[in-house]
Ligand binder design. Sequence first.
Ligand SMILES: [Zn+2]
Length: 99
Amino acid sequence: MEFPKLDQTSYFTKRTLDNRDGKTTGEIVLWRLKDEKEFKYVLDCPFCKKHSEYNNLVLEKKPYKFKCPNCQKTIRIGKLKDSIKKRRKIETKNYSKNI
Ligand SMILES: [Zn+2]
Protein backbone atom coordinates (compact mmCIF):
# COMPACT_ATOMS: atom_id res chain seq x y z
CA MET A 1 0.00 0.00 0.00
CA GLU A 2 1.26 3.46 -0.76
CA PHE A 3 1.33 6.11 1.87
CA PRO A 4 -0.80 9.17 1.15
CA LYS A 5 0.39 12.70 0.94
CA LEU A 6 -0.12 14.38 4.28
CA ASP A 7 -2.40 17.06 2.82
CA GLN A 8 -4.76 14.31 1.60
CA THR A 9 -5.34 13.05 5.10
CA SER A 10 -7.48 14.18 7.99
CA TYR A 11 -5.54 11.91 10.35
CA PHE A 12 -2.07 10.52 10.04
CA THR A 13 0.19 8.91 12.59
CA LYS A 14 3.26 6.78 12.60
CA ARG A 15 4.11 5.01 15.81
CA THR A 16 6.46 2.44 17.08
CA LEU A 17 4.75 -0.35 19.00
CA ASP A 18 6.01 -2.18 22.05
CA ASN A 19 5.59 -5.82 22.91
CA ARG A 20 4.64 -6.96 26.38
CA ASP A 21 8.21 -6.62 27.61
CA GLY A 22 8.20 -2.96 26.65
CA LYS A 23 10.54 -3.55 23.74
CA THR A 24 9.85 -1.79 20.50
CA THR A 25 9.31 -4.60 18.02
CA GLY A 26 6.63 -3.20 15.75
CA GLU A 27 5.45 -0.17 13.90
CA ILE A 28 2.24 1.19 12.51
CA VAL A 29 1.31 3.86 10.06
CA LEU A 30 -2.36 4.74 10.40
CA TRP A 31 -4.26 7.32 8.42
CA ARG A 32 -7.62 8.46 7.20
CA LEU A 33 -8.11 10.28 3.96
CA LYS A 34 -10.15 13.43 3.83
CA ASP A 35 -13.81 12.69 3.06
CA GLU A 36 -13.42 9.04 4.03
CA LYS A 37 -14.81 7.35 7.10
CA GLU A 38 -12.53 4.35 7.25
CA PHE A 39 -8.92 4.27 8.29
CA LYS A 40 -6.11 2.54 6.50
CA TYR A 41 -3.05 1.10 8.13
CA VAL A 42 0.21 -0.63 7.47
CA LEU A 43 1.21 -2.66 10.49
CA ASP A 44 4.22 -4.58 11.64
CA CYS A 45 2.75 -6.31 14.67
CA PRO A 46 4.94 -6.08 17.80
CA PHE A 47 3.59 -9.41 19.05
CA CYS A 48 3.62 -11.78 16.06
CA LYS A 49 5.91 -9.58 13.90
CA LYS A 50 3.73 -10.17 10.87
CA HIS A 51 3.15 -7.48 8.33
CA SER A 52 -0.43 -6.60 7.47
CA GLU A 53 -2.33 -3.91 5.65
CA TYR A 54 -5.93 -2.89 5.88
CA ASN A 55 -7.89 -0.26 4.08
CA ASN A 56 -11.34 -0.10 5.59
CA LEU A 57 -10.91 -0.08 9.32
CA VAL A 58 -13.63 1.61 11.35
CA LEU A 59 -12.40 3.33 14.50
CA GLU A 60 -14.91 5.05 16.71
CA LYS A 61 -13.09 7.13 19.26
CA LYS A 62 -9.74 7.62 20.87
CA PRO A 63 -7.74 5.88 22.07
CA TYR A 64 -7.89 3.98 18.81
CA LYS A 65 -7.44 0.26 19.11
CA PHE A 66 -8.00 -2.79 16.96
CA LYS A 67 -6.88 -6.38 16.79
CA CYS A 68 -3.96 -7.68 14.80
CA PRO A 69 -5.50 -9.79 12.02
CA ASN A 70 -2.79 -12.42 12.50
CA CYS A 71 -2.52 -12.97 16.25
CA GLN A 72 -5.69 -11.18 17.44
CA LYS A 73 -3.76 -9.21 20.04
CA THR A 74 -4.91 -5.67 20.62
CA ILE A 75 -2.96 -2.90 18.98
CA ARG A 76 -3.53 0.32 20.84
CA ILE A 77 -2.77 3.74 19.46
CA GLY A 78 -2.21 5.67 22.62
CA LYS A 79 -1.92 9.40 22.95
CA LEU A 80 1.32 10.64 21.52
CA LYS A 81 2.21 12.18 24.87
CA ASP A 82 1.87 8.81 26.60
CA SER A 83 4.13 6.98 24.21
CA ILE A 84 6.79 9.68 24.45
CA LYS A 85 6.63 9.46 28.22
CA LYS A 86 6.86 5.70 28.04
CA ARG A 87 9.79 5.85 25.68
CA ARG A 88 11.61 8.25 27.99
CA LYS A 89 11.12 5.79 30.80
CA ILE A 90 12.57 2.99 28.72
CA GLU A 91 15.44 5.17 27.58
CA THR A 92 16.24 6.00 31.16
CA LYS A 93 16.11 2.33 32.02
CA ASN A 94 18.35 1.33 29.13
CA TYR A 95 20.54 4.38 29.31
CA SER A 96 23.57 2.56 27.98
CA LYS A 97 21.70 1.56 24.85
CA ASN A 98 21.17 4.05 22.12
CA ILE A 99 17.60 3.50 20.93
ZN1 LIG B 1 0.06 -9.87 15.51
